[in-house]
Ligand binder design. Sequence first.
Ligand code: MRU
Length: 351
Amino acid sequence: MSPAPVYPVVWRDGHVLLIDQTRLPAEFAVVEIKYLEDMVRAIRTMIVRGAPAIGVAAAYGMVLGAREINTSERNEFLRQLEGVAQQLRATRPTAVNLFWAIERMLKTARQTIGSVDHLQTVLLDLAQVIAADDLQTCQSIGSHGLKALPSQPQQLRILTHCNAGALATAGYGTALGVVRSAWQAGRLERVYADETRPRLQGAKLTTWECVQEGIPVTLITDGMAAHCMKRGLIDAVVVGADRIASNGDTANKIGTYSVALIAQAHGIPFFVAAPLSTIDFQLPDGSKIPIEERDPVEVYQVGNTVLCPAGVEFYNPAFDVTPAALISAIITEHGAFSPSQLQTNLYNLQA
Ligand code: MRU
């Protein structure tokens, strides 16, 4: 029997169901989100996380916020909708999909003629389109990724960092979408999952998804990747992205840059898998990508265990930027491109 697909963000009967990613793998729990403020909290606290998934969640957050606006006057509705957008924009700074989805929702509301009731319906329809499109997009990324992977060996060992799977998207995943497609095509021997300190999305979420699907997975700590490459255990690296600048510089989970450097040192291809909605053509390069800094507790504590003595200082950037020169190809729903080809091939295709 094939495993049940994972959909982390679902609209059902007037509210949103989120898989609570802070409780996996110990517990599979679904949280009901009925109000804008709950969605804002869910994104900020990473109940829902991963760039495309927070884009979808933000779109539904706009729907919930729009339904809470108590006016039948169109201009007043649009004014208050901007306030809803502002609350959602302030949740997390790095993943551009969040801003992309919010702007798309706002633009459609402004361009739609009709009553406030009609606008609210149109916003729900659009959020559902954004979710459905993301799922399809991930499946296309999977097929293009399969073609981009090295042709030898036949059975690949793929290293990934963080979680860019079904949980991080509307379903199927970007980097793990490529892995899934390789698995279904009989081209995958196993996945190596970096644990991904400090929040351990690799250990907790990527391994969970692989186990659900029966994909062989080996968990390593972040510091083991170079050793594994040197030992010849890795044939390719595939990671997701939170924001890609026009020149291909790519922000992804902290530690991705180190993986790219060691992959290059060992002659191992390094792929980024991401939808067009993750490319920020406003930014010429990665230097201006905002990097989220999170609570130091993520660094100094694991579970209930404090890791270091009092008096230590902390730094907790959640993302880093991998220079385009280290990236073999960026795999999108429109094909795989070298970083330098992004602008010419994809700029005109943006929604
Ligand atoms: O902080 P997170 O867990 O939201 O970070 C997630 C990542 O860095 C993912 O690799 C990225 O969003 C791509 S998800 C398809």
